[in-house]
Design a protein around this ligand. Structure first.
Ligand SMILES: NC(=O)c1ccc[n+]([C@@H]2O[C@H](COP(=O)([O-])OP(=O)(O)OC[C@H]3O[C@@H](n4cnc5c(N)ncnc54)[C@H](O)[C@@H]3O)[C@@H](O)[C@H]2O)c1
Ligand SMILES: [Zn+2]
Length: 1612
């Protein structure tokens, strides 16, 4: 297709139409320039990014068009390309360009095109301004920022090291060509950055432009980020232009026009041009502190909100306007506060204090003294003055500060009147009703909040209605669609807006299927929302025939709704209504739209909660024309039909909010009127004045629509002996602060207020009961709680002291506002932290407190939130986890379901940790000299639980350290026990929750007939207790899920695995763990380089059988949690991850690296779900993983929260530069290193992206510099990308590797461990090594086969050969001292003799008196190679026994047959295994005696005679382990018979001879039902240990085994 003639729009500036806008306009712009501005030379200057994208197109078009216009004498075109980025805006680059121009002979007859973003525009413009005293130039802005801002106005400049833009000139371009199609290649963040300027311009200038932006956010973003490309040059002509493109053009042009207008009227910035600085005064201050981590537009976005808040505080701007500005900015993906996640992902833990910001503002040249010049908005599209206004520092500080100090209110404040914001409940209902209704409805008094915004967005997406604002946002006009809707094209994101989630769930059931089959509606929210319950509603709807599916955790969002043509069926719907009335309202609101029959809603489950809210819904439905019929027994009948919208609907004030101004009147003894709520209110909390304040001593005057309260003299409120606040639960916080300052009605009388009916407040924004108790406690107020409420003691106001570190608000608006009520009377001034949490329902609260209620407040900056160390009160439905690392010697308390293995695992733990074991049940029985069943029979369950709780406390007081204590399964049923656990973990104790799948427990308990069955099913018990166990524990161990078979031998092996797994876990969580073991022992070489395998499976289970192959050569396994997917809807994501950790640990000995990689760091975890990530990281610690990957971009307070509980887990501080933006040689990379180091990790991981080989060398140099010193942390430094592979080869520490069997590589460019080792060998980093077997005769030895097989499959360039000598002569020494010596095996007869040729002998080899392994170790201090003699024979025996028996089989007695060399290793192995009674038998008794004697110093060995040996079997003294060391060639029939295997016990028999394969000994053992170990197995086991000592890691057992089997088969 030939290039169409594009449609061009023009804007004039400085009297000329020099700005041209369109799509695909390169041809046009060249034709225009070449014909109007003739020159002999044209130069285009651009940057590397644009060179790749557009330069060819540009030069081709140039040549084509210049040929057309000047067929004979085409002018020349030069191109000059500079690196992208702000660094190019420098004197040096300017000089380079000028030198280039001069070298090319450019004269005044030259025109320059500046093609690029603001950097190119500013720089090239400045070059043009000064080259030959000024040459013409043309702007081709390619970023949105350049299009709407920097290219317009003629400001050109460069930076110097000291400042931005200090050197420059005004130099107007001849033309500005804005080709909007180039925005399609602009990175999203750059586009969004530019939108800040567009929003700014509309905000100061033109409300209708702003409305376009408000309503068009999605379309405008799509026009750029998801462009439609049906035809070539889409959008060039009006015919091919999409609506989204047109809208984009419209808003960009509007912005351009405003800037042009302003520049035209004030070219040199004398006044009006200063308006364009809206958001920039504070924006620049922020930028000064966070550049370059945040972009200009991002800082301006935050700046705009702060400056708007200043205007609001000063009374120039309404909250509606601030709200609109906020939401508009957010809609484009820009941040609005410095606490925004977007900001945190860029600046990490950096905190911008008020002082620092003020300092930057002070040095701004436009400011002076204690006033700053800031643009004051007076409405959307309007400013207070035609220039910036003077604002005092005090006001700016107040707005910037994150916390406020509320001072006692001055006395003598007269009566006040205040309208609180509209009711959220009524707003939300009104929105749904009007949207579902027919016709247009004007809603006034609507609450502007996140909740209503979420609802508006969702209803719009569903096509339920269209919305517009009138009266500067005071009225919302709803054009309802009468219930017609369609499936939204993207998921409905509901944040943490609970009401919206509940209401919209039923609304989305009404949505019919779309033409595209399979489309569904998805409702989702943030991490907290994903924990909030919704099951009763889903159950009811599902039972009615709708299809709703949980996508993650059962019972919570996200949900997938399958559409049906009939929508909601109708008929009888049963709903459990004892948890939330919102479920009821949700169904009621939608019920009229049932298609098959009218809905009869039956509320089940006993007590109906929050009846007033149900009544409110029904009353409001009536206002919209549908009358609900209330029948007896909590049953409602709803007629079919559609709502009829009233023309107008007034939303009344939020009754909970109204409690705060009224309570201020009550507590300060003054008068307050709330004019928009009264006795006719539908809201339960409207009863607060009459039912709480009046009995407390206030005068209350109420009309149907207004309420006036006058408080008694200050300090004389009366306590309420008991008040049930069930109908106004949200108001209990307000009541509590009043109750804190009561005086008894009669002197000496009761001064306690008991508030009941508020249990639901434990699961609100935070656990509000706990929060109030804790925060009131800080003032000195005594409180206590009970299941249903709180008890508050009254105090003298004068005795209360405000907490030094302030009131913590738990991000809960009601906590903040309640305490600000109290602060009106508490002497001294009360700090309220995180003041902005009030925005949820009353964004102007602090302004109103001062401006309308006569209160006083000042600002305070407490520094970064992470520095406020504080007790956490969280909603009790989520685990209330303590931020403390467990103490290493703390007593381990084991909890869990009965049958989970608490006793046996507890005993095992005690054994492994060498600690005494206690059992709460035993202790109970011992102390009270009774049995538990007897006790219960006599005193009942409650008494038992009470005693049990006491016993727990006693035991913990007695043994706070050094013990293992196991508890009964039901102990968590008692609140006080839970409290004990909580306290214990908070003090650094270990509470370990042992988890086993319920089906396994059931199977196990059913088998065990000695235990009576519960009356209740195990599943029900588990359902009830699960949350409690989680809440009480700080560690969790999942007993890996392989069903125990019930066959004893199988079970034993299974348990052996579980135990090995558990032992590893214990080592991580207690002192004996990982940190101590970091250093390899002297007799073992540390592998270098080390690797970890990145597991990229959505579920590791299918990979487990191959895990050993996959992990071959790796030193750790990384579990990429972000890639995991729950296979089954019934399993929560957390449980799935727990299971995966446990399975991995069970199938591999390698340490686990637990990683949740975020999207921006190259993973899949959503960037906006920090909470989810953090809670998983904490879970990872709870599961005792060896390594935890922590992204340093996480907010610092979150990192601190995680690291506070790091225990022995090693922390990997990671950072990935996926875009390759940061050079290894840059200061920024150093900055990342420092940032990583600042969290005190154990390992630092910095990953770049290579674009050239040079990047790899720089990376390697970086690594060398940072690992040179002895104290340097291990560093993983590498580059991603194909170009970066070399850096993977060069990296020394824990290089992530892949394996060809993995589904996908975890990162681009990843190699396998083998690839890397091979490459290292080729480049000379891994020299060949020679290994030997010394001995004679050795020609039959399998060792060369075994070791060479493994070396090969690991990719090690090593060789293992035989060296047969009669004695340990010079030839042996020569080989061992050779530079390429890798190690040696030593066999008979040299095991003793070799010792004197070595430098060092290990303890084990000394004890056994034989060396079978030589390891050359480089001494760190001297650099010399030391030959260490070690023994692995005993390890071969020990581990084979361990692998064949579990600790459930006691190993009390062991026997070794034979007294040759190997018997010594066997005896030593039994000793190390912990066998209590070790015996030896040999035909020649004296020999046996000599062996036994040689161990005398270490342990005792009993020498058995023949008769003693035969007596042992079948007696009380049966053996558990027997090891035969008699050569296979010797006939053993005369030595022993089957009686040595006894009759009662089933032990392990180990044969050390390996020819023949099945010796008589093994045959007898296996006939006796014993587990048997062949000589070959021991041989391989010990060979594996040798290999491990030589190369530092596991060998390829599978291949070795296969080769040995083959060889043996060949021999037999
Ligand atoms: N003169 C003025 O009045 C004025 C006003 C505002 C800002 N500025 C200056 O503007 C500069 C910032 O400009 P900016 O935000 O445009 O940054 P920029 O010029 O650095 O461009 C941002 C990035 O986007 C790339 N890019 C540009 N266009 C692209 C496209 N179409 N597709 C893909 N990539 C593209 C660039 O290569 C660069 O990496 C600052 O130096 C600032 O001081 C000047
Ligand atoms: Zn700007």
């Amino acid at each position: 297709m030939s290039h169409p003639n594009p449609h061009i729009d023009k804007v004039s500036i400085l009297g000329q139409e020099t700005i041209c806008l369109g799509f695909h306009i390169f041809d046009y712009l060249l034709r225009d320039t070449l014909s109007n501005f003739k020159a002999s030379t044209y130069v285009v200057v651009t940057d590397i990014h644009l060179q790749h994208l557009y330069l060819d197109r540009f030069t081709q078009a140039f040549h084509k068009i210049s040929q057309e216009i000047f067929p004979s004498s085409a002018p020349r075109l030069l191109t000059y390309v500079i690196p992208p980025g702000e660094e190019s805006k420098s004197r040096a680059v300017k000089a380079e360009i000028e030198d280039y121009f001069l070298a090319q002979g450019c004269t005044r007859d030259t025109l320059v095109f500046a093609m690029g973003g603001g950097v190119i525009g500013d720089l090239v413009g400045f070059v043009a301004a000064t080259f030959m005293r000024g040459i013409p130039f043309v702007q081709i802005p390619t970023t949105l920022l350049a299009m709407v801002d920097s290219s317009i106005g003629g400001k050109t400049a460069i930076d110097t090291p000291l400042a931005k833009n200090p050197i420059g000139a005004f130099w107007q371009p001849k033309r500005i060509f804005i080709d909007l199609s180039v925005l399609e290649t602009l990175p999203e963040r750059e586009f969004v950055n530019g939108m800040a300027e567009v929003i700014k311009t509309a905000a100061i200038w033109n409300e209708s432009d702003f409305v376009l932006l408000e309503n068009g956010a999605e379309a405008i973003r799509d026009a750029v980020l998801k462009p439609v490309r049906n035809v070539e040059f889409q959008g060039a002509t009006l015919e091919t232009r999409t609506t989204a493109q047109q809208l984009l053009l419209q808003v960009v042009m509007a912005s351009v026009a405003v800037k042009s207008y302003v520049v035209t009227h004030d070219e040199r910035e004398a006044g009006m041009r200063g308006l364009l600085n809206f958001g920039h005064s504070i924006g620049h201050a922020i930028e000064g502190l966070v550049t370059p981590k945040m972009l200009h537009g991002e800082c301006v976005a935050v700046g705009m909100i702060k400056e708007a808040e200043i205007a609001r505080y000063c009374g120039y701007l309404s909250q509606v306007a601030v709200g609109r500005l906020t939401r508009c900015i957010q809609a484009y993906g820009l941040p609005v506060t410095m606490e925004d996640k977007l900001v945190k992902t860029h600046i990490g833990n950096q905190y911008c204090s008020v002082d620092e910001l003020m300092q930057v503002l002070r040095v701004d040249k436009k400011n002076m003294g204690s006033q700053k010049r800031i643009v004051m908005l007076s409405g959307i599209g309007k400013t207070l003055e035609q220039k910036p206004s003077n604002i005092s520092d005090g006001i700016i500080r107040k707005v910037l500060a994150a916390s406020t100090v509320v001072h006692p209110r001055p006395v003598n404040v007269g009566p006040v009147t205040l309208s609180p914001p509209g009711s959220k409940s009524i707003s939300n209902r009104a929105l749904v009703l009007a949207a579902l209704g027919k016709g247009t409805c004007r809603l006034t008094g609507l609450l502007h909040s996140d909740d209503t915004q979420v609802m508006l967005t969702a209803l719009t997406k569903l096509g339920a209605a269209t919305f517009e604002w009138e009266n500067n946002g005071d009225t919302l006009v709803v054009h309802g669609n009468g219930g017609n809707m369609h499936i939204p094209d993207s998921e409905l994101y509901l944040g943490n807006a609970g009401t919206a989630a509940r209401f919209l769930t039923t609304v989305s059931v009404l949505v019919p299927p779309s033409d595209v089959a399979g489309q569904k509606t998805i409702l989702t929210g943030n991490a907290r929302m994903k924990q909030r319950p919704i099951a009763p509603l889903i159950d009811a709807l599902t039972a009615n025939g709708s299809e709703l599916k949980y996508l993650e955790s059962k019972g919570c969002l996200p949900l997938e709704v399958t559409p049906f043509s009939y929508g909601l069926a109708g008929g009888e719907i049963q709903l459990a209504a004892s948890i939330s009335s919102q479920y009821v309202s949700s169904i009621l609101l939608c019920a009229p739209y049932a298609t098959k029959e009218p809905v009869t809603l039956v509320l089940t489950g006993g007590q109906v909660i929050s009846q007033p809210y149900i009544d409110m819904t029904i009353a409001m439905m009536k206002s919209f024309g549908v009358a609900v019929e209330a029948l007896p027994n909590n049953t409602y009948r709803i007629p079919q039909g559609a709502y009829t919208n009233p023309a107008e609907y007034l939303v009344e004030a939020d009754a909970s909010s109204a409690t705060y101004p009224l309570a201020i009147a009550a507590i300060t003894g003054t008068t307050c009127t709330v004019p928009n709520i009264g006795s006719a209110s539908l809201q339960g909390d409207a009863g607060f004045a009459v039912n709480v304040l009046r009995p407390m001593g206030c005068t209350v005057v109420q009309t149907e629509t207004s309420t006036t309260v006058t408080g008694p003299p200050i300090g004389t409120l009366k306590p309420l002996a008991h008040i049930d606040m069930e109908t106004m639960t949200d108001a209990f916080l307000t009541a509590s602060v009043l109750a804190a300052v009561t005086q008894p009605a009669t002197p000496g009388g009761e001064n306690v207020t008991k508030i009941s009916g508020i249990a639901n407040q434990r699961v609100k924004e935070c656990n509000r009961i706990a929060a109030m108790m804790h925060e009131l406690g800080k003032f000195g107020v005594t409180t206590s709680e009970f299941d249903d409420g709180i008890i508050v003691h009254g105090h003298d106001i004068a005795s209360l002291t405000p907490p030094k570190d302030g009131v913590k608000c738990y991000d809960d608006h009601r906590v903040a506002m309640s305490f600000s009520v109290l602060a009106n009377v508490v002497p001294g001034g009360t700090i309220i932290r995180e003041k902005k949490c009030v925005e949820k329902t009353w964004p102007t609260w602090w302004d109103d407190l001062e401006g309308k209620l006569g209160g006083r407040a000042s600002d305070i900056d407490l520094g970064p939130p992470s520095e406020h160390h504080d007790y956490e009160v969280q909603s009790s439905s989520s685990s209330s986890k303590k931020g403390v690392s467990a103490k290493s010697d703390a007593t381990v308390v084991v909890i869990g379901m009965r049958g989970a293995g608490k006793t046996s695992m507890g005993q095992f733990a005690a054994k492994v940790l060498r600690r005494p074991f206690e059992d709460v049940d035993h202790y109970f029985e011992k102390t009270l000299s009774t049995t538990i069943p007897e006790f219960i029979k006599e005193h009942g369950w409650p008494a038992f639980r009470e005693q049990e709780a006491k016993m727990l406390i006693e035991l913990l007081e007695k043994h706070p350290t050094g013990y293992v204590i196991s508890c009964g399964g039901g102990i968590v049923e008692t609140a006080s026990s839970r409290e004990t656990f909580r306290k214990y973990t908070a003090e650094g104790g270990v509470v370990l929750h042992l988890v086993r799948s319920i089906s396994e427990i059931e199977a196990y308990l059913n088998k065990d007939t000695t235990r009576p069955m519960y009356g209740e099913s195990m599943r029900d018990v588990w359902a009830r207790r699960e949350g409690w166990y989680r809440e009480c524990c700080n560690y969790e161990f999942v007993v890996a899920g392989q069903q125990l078979k019930g066959i004893e031998a199988e079970d034993a092996k299974e348990w052996a695995l579980v135990e090995l797994n558990f032992e590893r876990f214990l080592k991580v969580i207690t002192k004996s763990g990982a940190k101590g073991q970091k250093r390899a022992s002297r007799a073992q070489i540390a592998a270098k380089p080390t690797f970890f395998l990145s597991l990229t499976f959505p579920d590791v289970s299918p990979a487990l059988p191959h895990l050993s192959k996959l992990a071959l050569g790796a030193d750790a396994i990384e579990l990429r949690v972000d890639l995991l997917k729950v296979p089954d809807v019934d399993v929560s994501f957390r449980d799935h991850v727990a299971q995966q950790v446990s399975l991995l640990r069970r199938h591999s000995d390698l340490p686990i690296i637990f990683t949740v990689r975020s999207v921006s760091q190259g993973g899949q975890w959503p960037d906006n779900d920090t909470q989810g990530m953090v809670s998983l990281l904490k879970d990872g610690l709870e599961w005792g993983v060896e390594y935890l990957d922590v992204e340093i971009g996480l907010p610092r307070n979150e990192i601190d929260g995680v690291l506070a509980r790091r225990g022995n887990t090693l922390i990997v501080a990671s950072w990935h530069d996926c875009q390759g933006k940061v050079a290894w040689s840059s200061e920024e990379m150093e900055g990342q290193y420092r940032l990583a180091k600042s969290i005190s990790p154990d390992v630092i991981k910095l990953i770049g992206t290579a674009k050239s080989m040079k990047d790899n060398f720089e990376c390697s140099e970086f690594a060398t510099n940072h690992t040179a010193k002895a104290g340097d942390l291990p560093l993983i430094a590498m580059n991603m990308g194909a170009q970066g592979q070399l850096s993977r080869v060069l990296n020394n520490y824990l290089t992530p590797v892949t394996h060809k069997l993995l589904p996908v590589k975890a990162a681009p460019g990843q190699l396998s461990a083998r690839d890397i080792l091979t490459a290292r060998h080729i480049v000379g980093l891994l020299p060949m090594k020679q290994f030997y077997l010394f001995g004679t005769p050795i020609s039959q030895s399998l060792s060369p086969l075994m070791h060479n097989t493994s070396f090969q499959s690991l990719g090690l360039p090593y060789n293992y050969g035989l060296h047969e000598t009669a004695s340990v002569d010079e030839s042996v020494v020569e080989r061992m001292r050779a530079a390429n010596f890798g190690g040696a095996s030593v066999t008979i007869p040299h095991k003793l003799e070799i010792m004197e040729k070595l430098d060092e002998i290990t303890e084990e080899a000394k004890a056994i008196g034989a060396v079978n392994t030589v390891v050359p170790v480089v001494d760190e201090s001297s650099g010399k190679t030391i030959l260490v003699g070690d023994n692995t024979d005993w390890l071969g025996i020990l581990y084979q026994i361990k692998r064949h028996q579990s600790s459930k089989q006691t190993v009390q007695r062991g026997l070794v047959i034979g007294a040759g060399g190997t018997s010594r290793a066997a005896l030593y192995a039994l000793h190390r295994l912990g066998v209590q009674e070790i015996s030896i038998f040999n035909r020649t008794l004296i020999k046996a005696q000599a062996v036994a004697d040689s161990f005398r110093e270490l342990f005792e060995v009993k020498v058995l005679s023949s008769s003693e040996l035969l007596k042992a079997g079948g007696s009380q003294r049966e053996f558990d382990v027997v090891v035969s060391t008699v050569p296979g060639t010797i006939d053993s029939a005369s030595m022993f018979d089957e009686s040595i295997f006894g009759t009662k016990r089933k032990g392990v028999a180990v044969e050390l001879a390996y020819t023949p394969r099945f010796t008589r000994f093994l045959k007898l053992a296996s006939q006796a039902g014993w587990a048997t170990v062949e000589g070959g197995q021991v041989l391989i086991e010990q060979g594996g240990w040798q290999a491990r000592k030589w190369v530092g890691r596991e060998w390829d057992l599978e291949s070795v085994q296969a080769q040995v089997d083959l060889a043996q088969a060949g021999r037999q």
